[in-house]
Ligand binder design. Structure first.
Ligand SMILES: Nc1ncnc2c1ncn2[C@@H]1O[C@H](COP(=O)(O)OP(=O)(O)OP(=O)(O)O)[C@@H](O)[C@H]1O
Ligand SMILES: [Mg+2]
Length: 371
């Protein structure tokens, strides 16, 4: 894309349905960065997920403006992203063409693979390499289509908050970028699943030696966990949120250790309700693992790396690992030794880290895009 000129700073702005997150990094050496700014702010203080798109946009603008002022962010260039059901990512084998040739014909070539009208989407692609398909040489390509409407929505939010949009990326690729930088086992041959659980959307990505092999967005997230509590316990949304944050999941060994008191029974009930909602997400994750593994017997997902605000749900990592029989860890994008975080106090940053992963990945985009 090459939209930046050398030396230009940019902030990563993750406009979620629940929170806006910003991250700014400064390059201080080869593959080394300094975290200079970070912050997050809720879209709405009333935890109201039923907002109209117009109201949500206005609240996002107000919240982003506040975030920029509070964190004294003066950089104007911003990289943001889209995800969910207005974006599709497909793996397609196109006839052998050069990058330039495919660029010219992409609208036509992509049409059969896109469930929206081609005139309504922006199309991007990345050629992965040559493959032989039924005796013919083809190019394996990642095809990305995002509705113009949602891209425009993001651009409007940034502009109205006084920023200059330079790239609109896809959450899944930002996750992959973040993972590549912070992964300590970088370069090792392993297949890692990245799962970012937000409020409405969960992004699922399987990364194989630095290449995204599966990209899927599932419309399940923390909002479903809260709604399950709201419905089963007849409480309002913000009480459900509070219960979810304070309680989280109670693991089997904890239940055995604690004496059965009324309070513990309440906790077990809350946990049980959240577990049921979490299980439908786990089924979707399992489906992606199965799909990936049917592509070849050698393809085993060796670990799962969780991020997003909902990755903070207490014991979620342990529970997922127990259900899926795969090690699960929570992502701290600032670990791995490549990002200096000295300007900030450790505890708060570690607490916030999982929900900053997309913004962090976006803030890295400029380096790769300098031409
Ligand atoms: N400590 C916690 N325990 C449980 N859930 C939490 C905790 N902290 C935040 N959450 C949940 O995280 C979700 C918000 O996460 P995040 O900021 O990643 O979402 P988002 O990016 O705004 O949403 P989306 O990507 O779905 O549009 C909310 O559902 C919130 O309740
Ligand atoms: Mg999100």
């Amino acid at each position: 894309m090459g939209l930046f000129s050398r030396g230009t700073d940019a902030i990563g702005v993750d406009i979620g349905s629940y929170n806006i997150k910003v991250v700014q990094l400064k390059k201080i050496g080869d593959d080394k960065y300094q975290l200079t700014k970070y912050g997050s702010a809720p879209i709405s203080l009333e935890y109201n997920m039923e907002l109209s798109p117009f109201d949500r946009k206005q609240l996002a603008i107000t919240s982003l403006k506040k975030l920029l002022i509070q964190n004294k962010i003066s950089t104007k260039n911003a990289v943001t992203s889209v995800s969910g059901n207005s974006v599709i990512v497909r793996y397609v084998k196109f006839p052998s063409l050069s990058h330039a040739e495919l660029e010219k014909t992409i609208q036509f070539e992509a049409e059969p693979y896109i469930p929206f009208g081609v005139q309504d989407v922006n199309i991007g692609f990345q050629i992965l390499g040559e493959v032989t398909d039924e005796g013919q040489k083809k190019m394996e390509t990642i095809l990305i289509a995002a509705k113009k409407e949602i891209i425009q929505d993001r651009i409007d939010i940034l502009q109205e908050a006084g920023l200059r949009p330079v790239i609109v990326d896809v959450d899944a690729f930002a996750l992959e970028n973040a993972f590549e930088l912070s992964s300590v086992t970088q370069g090792a041959e392993e297949n890692v699943m990245l799962v970012d659980i937000g409020a409405l959307v969960t992004n699922i990505v399987i990364v194989e030696s630095g290449v995204c092999r599966v990209v899927r967005d599932v419309l399940v997230g923390g909002d479903n966990f809260t709604k399950a509590l709201q419905k089963n316990l007849q409480v309002d949304y913000s009480t459900g949120e509070k219960m979810k944050w304070e309680n989280g999941l109670i693991m089997f060994d904890e239940k055995n250790m604690e004496k059965s008191t009324e309070d513990n029974e309440d906790k077990a009930q809350i946990s049980g309700i959240i577990v049921n909602a979490v299980k439908s997400l786990i089924e979707e994750i399992q489906r992606s693992i199965d799909y990936y593994q049917t592509q070849s017997e050698e393809k085993i997902v060796s670990r799962i790396v969780l991020s997003g605000g909902s990755a903070k749900l207490r014991n979620l990592d342990k529970f997922m690992s127990q259900e899926l029989h795969i090690p699960v860890e929570t992502h701290n994008p600032f670990s791995g030794g490549k990002v200096n975080t000295d300007l900030f106090s450790g505890g708060e940053l570690v607490e916030e880290a999982p929900s900053l992963v997309v913004a962090f990945g976006l803030s890295l985009r400029r380096e790769k895009d300098i031409k």
